[in-house]
Design a binder for this molecule. Sequence first.
Ligand SMILES: [Zn+2]
Length: 109
Amino acid sequence: MKRVERSRREKDLLSKLSNIINYSEFIHANLVNVARTCGNKNCRCITKGQRHISLYLTTIRKDGARKMIYIPKALEEEVRQMVARYFRIRDIIEEVSDINLERVLSKKK
Ligand SMILES: [Zn+2]
């Protein structure tokens, strides 16, 4: 394969990408807050109507089915970061893809 001449910007993006992928975890999912009542009749969620807010991950499986996964409070921050990271990775790939497309188009002339 012919070696590609990459721009500074492209090299930076690719090195960022490889760092994220190699040294951290990511999850492709969306986060949703779900309000619920807990079942305890004396709880404020029933007595005051202040429902509990829980974090869920929603993922789309390969067969198209949507899956909701409850995330305990202790894992919320970690999971939020993992999901954010996935979208960061996707943004970087999109930007590199645009640069590559431009390069191909410039050869067309
Ligand atoms: Zn409750």
